[in-house]
Design a protein around this ligand. Structure first.
Ligand code: B12
Length: 359
């Protein structure tokens, strides 16, 4: 294996590139060796996760986002990474005590790999971790908590849309007497969304979480933040009820404005409707958490995704305006966010693309 083993002197980026090159070259076994050999080289499990596997997943996601990778190529990398996480679990230290954290993904969240990475790093910190997997409904969590009785519940969220699945998990954990700590990019860079959703703490990484959870063993957070349920938020209720009609109305308006859409095939029509619906779902999540950054970050992400696939930002601007026009009266926050979104997209037109679609 000497030919493919990358020893000292390689930078982290070079090693990550080497790892992805091996996978792109269908040399999965060498990629796995590259990661697992680091145990013999004295790396901690956490270091392999955070210096190789997480950056590789980030790169795979970025390559899908900017059109260099197909969805399948992203999945292939994730498959190899998931295999390695399983292998590394053997090398994580045995729990130092019976202190247990139940780690779960918010309902609607299927990004289990970031959560598995966090679970492995928390084990590396000496915690006993019960990993409850992806998209767990609150009633199933409640049942598990009666059996596990953990000291802490940890909630992972990568996709901001899954933030809507956090409050029921927080309520179930508090009812079981367990404080909640959150983590994952879906919560953003600070604890605001976590607090707004009723959790007791947020951590940027597993090491910070381990320190907070250990402190909670002596001084649990209290009182548990009660989360004013927002199911009664009339604007969110109306938006949810009207979402299918809003998509139809906005699509019709776009079709009237953009002659090129007349030639759209069913796949293009489906994707355009799905994007309009996706915008409204991110709008709803932004209203739930009351953090406009969720919507501005999403639009920056969507504009780049569409541009990388040849759709000019002008289509996104028109889509936001079409949705804003379709809104029934009284949805003021939604109208403001859609209007500001259209200005945001317009202020940075991005690279020129298909003129027939107003590029
Ligand atoms: C693999 C992957 C998938 C796989 C997931 C497989 C799996 N088993 O996880 C699949 C194919 C299922 C998938 C689906 C989708 N995905 Co995806 N996915 C990814 C990808 C490429 C890697 C995720 C990963 O492995 N991350 C591992 C590392 C990098 O994550 P990390 O955040 O650094 O994790 C660390 C910390 O956050 C922290 N942490 C995480 N959780 C917790 C919890 C606690 C308590 C603590 C303390 C710490 C902690 O510790 C971790 C380790 O250090 C990401 C790219 C990315 N940027 O993350 C896109 C990405 C997240 N996906 C994305 C999207 C859009 C989707 C889909 C909507 C696509 C679609 N149209 O269907 C669906 C949504 C599915 C759903 N409802 O969840 C976008 C999200 C963009 C956005 N708006 O936010 C991304 C960013 C891709 C991109 N570049 O655009 N995806």
């Amino acid at each position: 294996m000497a030919a493919d083993t990358v020893g000292g002197g390689s930078t982290q980026n070079e090693t990550v590139e080497r790892f992805l090159d091996l996978i792109e070259g269908d040399r999965f076994a060498y990629a796995i060796d590259l990661a697992v050999d680091r145990i013999q080289q004295g790396f901690r499990v956490t270091e392999i996760v955070q210096q190789l596997l997480a950056p590789a997943q980030l790169a795979a996601g970025q390559r899908w986002h900017d059109g260099r990778y197909t969805v399948a190529q992203e999945h292939i990398v994730s498959g190899v990474v998931d295999d390695i996480l399983g292998l590394l679990a053997i090398h994580a230290p045995r729990p130092a005590s019976r202190q247990t954290v139940a780690l779960v993904c918010a309902e609607g969240e299927w990004h289990t790999t970031p959560a598995r990475m966090a679970a492995l790093c928390l084990r590396d910190e000496g915690w006993r971790v019960q990993f409850l997997g992806g998209s767990l409904p609150a009633d199933h969590l409640a049942t598990s908590l009666r059996q596990i009785a953990p000291e802490v519940v940890a909630v992972s969220c990568t996709l901001p849309l899954a933030l809507t699945g956090v409050p029921p998990l927080v309520e179930a954990s508090h009812r079981a007497g367990a404080p909640v700590i959150t983590g994952g990019i879906g919560f953003g860079g600070d604890g605001l969304r976590s607090r707004r959703l009723g959790a007791d703490g947020h951590a940027a990484d597993p090491a910070e979480a381990a320190a907070t959870m250990t402190a909670w063993l002596d001084r649990p957070p209290e009182p548990f933040a009660t989360f004013a349920s927002t199911t009664t938020d009339p604007e969110r209720v109306t938006l949810a009820e009207q979402r299918p009609d809003l998509v139809v109305a906005a699509y019709a308006r776009l079709e009237a404005e953009l002659p090129a859409m007349a030639d759209f095939d069913e796949r293009q029509r489906h994707h355009t409707r799905a994007d309009l619906d996706y915008i409204l779902r991110f709008l709803d999540t932004t209203l739930l958490v009351d953090d406009p950054r969720i919507f501005t970050d999403f639009l920056t992400w969507l504009r780049a995704l569409l541009s990388a696939r040849g759709l000019p930002p002008a289509v996104l601007r028109r889509s936001l305006e079409a949705l804003q026009t379709a809104l029934p009266p009284g949805l003021d926050r939604s109208s403001t966010l859609l209007g500001a979104g259209a200005d945001q997209v317009d202020s940075d037109p991005g690279p020129g693309t298909d003129p027939a679609l107003g590029g």
